[in-house]
Design a protein around this ligand. Sequence first.
Ligand SMILES: [Zn+2]
Length: 375
Amino acid sequence: MRFVPILVTLAVLLVTSPLCADEISFERNGKQYDLTGQVIATHEAGIVLHTPDGKMWPIQQQEITSRQKTTASFKLQTKQELIDSVLAEMPPGSQIYETAHYLVAYNTSRSYAQWVGSMLERLHRGFTSYWSQRGVKIHEPNQPLVALVFDNQNSFANYAQAELGDAAKSVIGFYSMHTNYVVMFDLTGGAGNSRRNLGTRDIQRLMSRPDFQWSLATVVHEATHQLAFNSGVQQRFADVPLWFSEGLAIFFETPDVSSSRGWRGIGQISKPRLGQFQKAAQSGQPFLPDLLSNDDSLRKAATSLDRYAQAWAVTYFLQKRMANEYDAYLTELSQIAPLDDPPEGARIKMFQKHFGADLIQLENEIREMMSSLRP
Ligand SMILES: [Zn+2]
C-alpha cells in the first residue's frame, strides 16, 4: 500500500510535465532569442526545443541565458496560425495553396503551386500505401506539411542563404530539420512573365521532359525526407545513420510524372545511382563498414557521389531481398530519440543484429545484385 502515493505522484508528473511549455532565452551570433515551446530532448551539450510553428531548435547549453517551465500547456499552431507564420517568412505578396496534407507557400504562379501540391499529395499517398502494404506502422503528420516555392533561383537562394550558406546558390531544393519545410523554386523558370501563362497541364508536360528529370528527382527526394521525419519513420536530430536516410529518400525519388494516382516511382532502379555504383565498384574496395558508420563520407564532395550510390544500392538490396529485416531495422531506428548519443560501434552492431554478422558476404551479394541490374 505504501507504494501507491509514489505511483500516483509519478503518474501525475508523467502526465503534466510534457504538456507544460518551456520558456527558453538564448543568444546566438549576438542575437537574442526568446522562445516558448517544449524541450523534447536534453543532452549535457544542449537541448532541442520544439516550437508551436513546428520548428525544432537545437540549442547549446552555453547559449542558454534563461530557462523556465510555464504553467501554460504546449500546443502546436492551428492551420491558420501556421499559414500566418509561414507567410511572414516569404516575400511580400506571397500566397498559400492548400491541399489535404500540405500548405504550399508561393510567390510564383498559382498553377505552379497547384502542380507542386498535387505532386506532393501523390508522393504522400504513395509513401503511405507503400509502408502500410509492408505492415510498417507510420502516422499522419501532426501539423500540415509546409512547402515553400520561390519564383526563381535568386529569391530561393536569398531565403536559403541563412541555412545553407554558399551552397544555397548551387542546390535546387532542400528539406530543413530546423524549419521542417521543404524549399524549392519554380523550375519552369526562364526570363519574363511568359511562364505565368502556363497552366498545370503545360507544367506537367514540361516536367515530363528528360532534362527536368534530375531536378524533379531532387525535389521528390527532399519531400521524402520531410515525410520520413513527420510520419514516425525517423525523428529529427536523432542519430540515424545518414546512409539510411539518404538511401530511403533515393528509393522514393525516381520521378513519376505520368500517373494521376499514387507515386509509381517508388523502388524503381535509379539509373544514375546504379551507373555510379558500378563505376565505384571497379576499384574493388570494400565500402560497407565505412558507409554504415561514417556520415561525413556522404557529405564530403570527394566521396559523396559514390557514397549516395552505395546508400541507394544497400537500401535497394535490403528492401528487395531482406524486406522483413529492413522493416525491423527501420522500426528500431525510428525509436532513436533526438540527441541520443550511441557508443562507438553501436551502429554496426545494430545493423549486424538485423542483417547478419558477415558484412563481407553481404557486400558481395549487394555487388552481385548490382552487376546483374541494367541501368
Ligand atoms: Zn537527401
